[in-house]
Design a protein around this ligand. Structure first.
Ligand code: PBG
Length: 333
């Protein structure tokens, strides 16, 4: 319209690049691929159970887990992370079961590695599935989580997982100094290629509740919280200090958790350190999306792929997500 811009015209029309599908494809800056996905799975010694607050997620028996792995491998997902649901009578104050070389997690690792040796197996190093009080460490009489005594058992848990064949050990406990202790123990035992992905910037979030139902630690924890070890959700510099320390202590990959409410942290971690950076799209994020999807308020495929894509845009190399199998399917279409 000549009268709109008398005598001149906008030199840049960004809409030109958006006008056609081919141009939009050519100018995409980031891309989500199946290679970015890590699938969290729950394994139980008891009966298979659907997790109420996480529609579509189950606690699997060992046999069920192997069926699930068949799908994961067929879809080309590179790795899974295992979370155990421990028999209530095996939970104790000191979480000794966590270091049992024949416990549920080592058994699951061996079973997966035997059938699917190429699949990356990552394990959660933390005591909350094993403690009678649901905390991630050993507590004193006031319920305070003791740092160094907790590390002793985390190290033994790490070795039990590595000996069973875990490829990545992933401490989610937030004790100070645990990466250094784990790395030293792995080196001494000859596990030189076992990767450590630290939950480096793990916030004391309210978005973990569905997970606590899934692993069966919610009732043990009761009204207690984890604020004496997980990072306060208001902080950024502190999260960066956590990442710096974990890298110095020998972490190979770092994680920010939760995911979407913390994209600013992801961006700062990636731009500051330039190391393999992962996000955990946690149970509460999954529950929120599923609730809206199941009500017909969001379209599942487009909403989930957009949210997962936001992690790539923020700087993530990969994402732990309960949507991994769905996303892999959609990405293959
Ligand atoms: C605990 C652990 C938690 C998650 C992973 N490992 C919960 C917590 O810190 O209480 C949460 C994962 C999720 O919410 O999906 N070691």
């Amino acid at each position: 319209m000549p009268h709109t811009f008398p005598g001149h015209f906008p030199a840049t029309r960004l809409r030109r690049g958006r006008a056609t599908d081919f141009a939009r494809r050519l100018s995409r800056e980031t891309r989500l691929s199946v290679d970015d996905l890590i699938y969290p799975v729950f394994v139980t010694e008891g009966e298979p159970v659907n997790v109420t607050a996480m529609p579509g997620v189950q606690r699997h028996t060992l046999e069920g887990l192997l069926r699930e792995m068949t799908d994961v491998v067929a879809l080309g997902i590179p790795a899974v992370v295992l979370f155990p649901v421990i028999d209530p009578d095996k939970k104790t104050l000191d979480a000794e079961e966590a270091a049992n070389p024949d416990g549920l997690v080592p058994q699951a690792i061996r079973a997966i590695k035997q059938e699917f040796p190429q699949l990356g197996v990552m394990t959660d190093v933390a005591l909350d599935p094993y403690t009678s009080h649901g905390q991630d460490g050993v507590i004193d009489d006031n319920g305070y989580v003791l740092n160094d005594p907790t590390i002793d058992i985390l190290v033994r848990q790490t070795l039990a997982h590595a000996d069973a064949g875990a490829d990545i050990v992933s401490p989610s406990d937030m004790m100070d100094g645990r990466i250094q202790a784990m790395r030293a123990a792995l080196e001494e035992k000859g596990h030189v290629n076992t990767l450590i992905m630290s939950y480096a910037a793990k916030f004391a979030s309210s978005l973990y509740n569905p997970f606590r139902e899934a692993v069966g630690s919610a009732a043990n924890l009761g009204k207690a919280d984890k604020r004496t070890y997980q990072v306060d959700p208001t902080n950024t510099d502190e999260a960066l200090r956590e990442v710096a320390l974990d890298l110095k202590e020998g972490a190979d990959m770092v994680m920010v958790k939760p995911g979407m409410p913390y994209l600013d942290i992801i961006h700062r971690v990636k731009s500051t350190f330039g190391v393999p950076t992962f996000a955990y799209q946690v149970s509460g994020e999954y529950a929120m999306l599923k609730a809206a999807i199941d009500n017909g308020w969001l379209d599942e495929r487009s909403a989930v792929l957009e949210c997962l894509g936001s992690f790539k845009r923020a700087g993530c190399d990969g994402i732990l997500t309960y949507f991994a199998k769905d996303a892999a399917r959609w990405l293959a279409d």
